[in-house]
Write a protein that binds this ligand. Structure first.
Ligand SMILES: Cc1ncc(COP(=O)(O)O)c(C=O)c1O
Length: 371
């Protein structure tokens, strides 16, 4: 069997045609027409008034958090088990991230943990949908209303997933997407901020574009970034959006096949197929070992690597990051579920281009290593 990489993207629609159009017309920068078209079509698909295309999901988080005009000492609650971009976006916005623990089954932040961490300094909640299953958004939104907090939804891993019968990407004050090649829509690198608030959208547009001013261009009242998306990236994004429903169907197919192949495998916890507010989209197919020994996780992933099967460990919790400890953050914090998941969780190849034959091979290899 050929190597099975952890992700194989799928670029089988109009990607080539739209890219050729960019080259033939010379529109390759962020000024090109595909950028606006991609933004408009994404806003429509995800029930938002406004969409702002940027250069990555990390850039989208930076813009979204900074657009809220937080102040020093303000706190933003984030899940600990997530990508570092969530914590750095809060820091870049001048505020303090407050990591909370996650649920052992869904791997997502819970309303109870968020509530426990609200105090007078709390200004916002960054809800992150993890690995293809959403955070239960309605109680988070109610909590935010009760305490007057902003909600930012990180739907990077949840493009096309529904929560309470509404699309992820449509909840809260601001939502973000990533279009890295392992996402359901890819632009190579890319991201997007979505909102129903025109002022926030304007602020995000300004932040992605160095805070240039329309009347006096090179005169700056605020600091921004060059986080613009190019026309080439937007061309890819448009073509990918056209194929989204097919991609989602395939993603669920991959997840269901793994569930079937691994259902009788002892010693592992599989992803939750559904909750009462959503159905798993299996952005990645995560596995958690019941054996809590970190060495066992390393042994299994090394054996899979020796069989040319790619895996990735789960996120390492934000409260256990040396870089934040050096900054004096989270030094005595313990969040046992995130700590355990980080040491015993990893995910299997689940990219859109992965074939059923490859998935069966991965499942069989994993079973034989475990037995
Ligand atoms: C939940 C989440 N948020 C944000 C990001 C950052 O996106 P990007 O890699 O496009 O910067 C990622 C990356 O995969 C992610 O998983």
């Amino acid at each position: 069997m050929e190597p099975v990489p952890v992700n194989i993207p799928c670029l089988q629609g109009n990607e080539k045609e739209y890219l050729i159009e960019c080259i033939e017309t010379g529109w390759i920068s962020s000024e090109g027409p595909f950028v606006r078209e991609f933004e408009e079509k994404m806003a429509t698909r995800f029930n938002r008034r406004q969409a702002v295309a940027v250069s990555s999901g990390t850039a989208a988080l930076d813009c979204a958090l900074t657009s809220l005009q937080l102040e020093k000492g303000d706190e933003v609650i984030i899940p600990s088990l997530t990508i570092i971009s969530c914590a750095t976006a809060v820091l870049n916005a001048g505020a303090t991230p407050v990591p909370v623990d996650v649920d052992p089954m869904t791997w997502n932040m819970t309303t109870a943990e968020v509530r426990k961490n609200i105090n007078a300094r709390t200004k916002a909640i960054l809800a992150v949908h993890t690995y293809g299953l959403p955070v239960e958004m309605n109680p988070i939104l109610q909590l935010a209303e009760e305490y007057g907090l902003r909600v930012i939804e990180d739907a990077a891993e949840a493009i096309g997933l529904d929560c309470h019968n509404k699309p992820c990407g449509s909840f809260g004050d601001l939502s973000i997407f990533s279009f890295y090649p392992n996402k359901h829509i890819t632009t190579g690198e890319g991201g997007m901020v979505l909102t129903d608030n025109d002022d926030l959208a304007e602020r995000n547009r300004s932040l992605r574009n160095l805070c240039f001013q329309s009347k006096k261009r090179f005169y700056h009242e605020e600091i921004g970034w060059n986080y613009r998306m190019t026309n080439l990236q937007a061309a890819l994004g448009l073509a990918q959006l056209e194929s989204l429903e097919k991609a989602l169907q395939r993603k669920r197919g991959i997840g269901n096949l793994y569930q079937e192949e691994l259902k009788d495998c002892p010693g592992i916890q599989l992803p939750v197929p559904q909750t009462d507010f959503s159905e798993n989209l299996y952005w990645v197919f995560g596995i958690v070992l019941e054996n809590e020994d970190e060495k066992e996780t390393l042994r299994i992933t090394r054996e899979l690597a020796a069989a040319k099967i790619g895996t990735r460990p789960f996120f390492w919790p934000m409260h256990e990051q040396p870089v934040f400890h050096k900054m004096g953050l989270f030094n005595n914090l313990h969040l046992p579920i995130s700590e355990k998941l980080a040491r015993t969780g990893f995910y299997l190849p689940s990219g859109l281009g992965t074939s059923n034959e490859q998935i069966k091979h991965v499942a069989q290899t994993l079973k034989s290593i475990l037995q």
